[in-house]
Design a protein around this ligand. Sequence first.
Ligand SMILES: [Zn+2]
Length: 332
Amino acid sequence: MEHINNARGGLDRRSLLAGIGAAGLIGATGLPGGALAKAPQLGGTIPGWYRFRIGEIEATIISDGLLNLGSATAQFPDAPADDVTAIMRAEFLPVEPMMLEQNCMILNINERVVLLDSGMGADPMFGDGAGRLLANIAAAGITPDQVDDIVLTHAHPDHCWGLVDANDGLVFGNAQIHMSQGDFDFWTDEGKLSAEGFIPAFVAGARRNLLPYRDRIHFVEDGKEVLTGITAIATPGHSVGHTSYVINSGDHSFLNVGDVCHHYALLFQNPEWEFAFDSDPAQAAQTRLKLFDMAATDGLPMIGYHFPFPALGNIRRAGSAYEYIPIPITHG
Ligand SMILES: [Zn+2]
């Protein structure tokens, strides 16, 4: 380790890098004691759930894992590729693959267990890193049959394809579903099975997951309470009936933005950018600007479905755009 200390007794970057180069970063056999790697590497990753409170509500973020969305420049097609690349580099992220996390949320509220969005299920459309919801619900000490209500932001694969299992059985056998009629009608429309692009696959999956629950689907309305403490806000654009939700308990409020914003860096700095999977990209950008303005003005903390786990943060104005400030986790 002597190469790490320079003549002034502190760390010197050049000698540190030279030392790494000489010893090799992995399996640095020159390190004293040779104590590294005596145990086998374990694999696996984070436990995948995080519990916190919103007033009297017990909230648990449940990770459904990661989506591989390919190239960031391809996903923001109207954005200058150099700008996308610069931001990703500044955040120490690769431009490709752009990995988006999926953060479902369970609320224990007023003696009901409410799940917001159901994850991707087992479908490998966006890689093999998704579909972790059920394992992480179990790890969090909750069972699917305890879920009384499922509140959906919209009917895209990563938000509603976890509703049925491989045999088309109901994963959440006791749950009522709450979602917008706009998204239900659009994404279960048989006529779109012959449309262009990604639409037919999305429609087929939505039909497979939503139609078995049809007799227990309830439509939410803009500005109306869906369940005690959960109010719908129509935030169209990413999908026709995309809905965000404000969660209230006493003096505490939290905004579940859903997919109004997919990326914590790219879209806070450039909220007007269009996203490849938006149904109406221009409307999605206007909705994003409105919701960001509301959250910043009201000091409303938020959960973003695709933000880094546990995906809880605040929003701050930065010039004509915004910044995302993660909320530190608590232990309790
Ligand atoms: Zn999504």
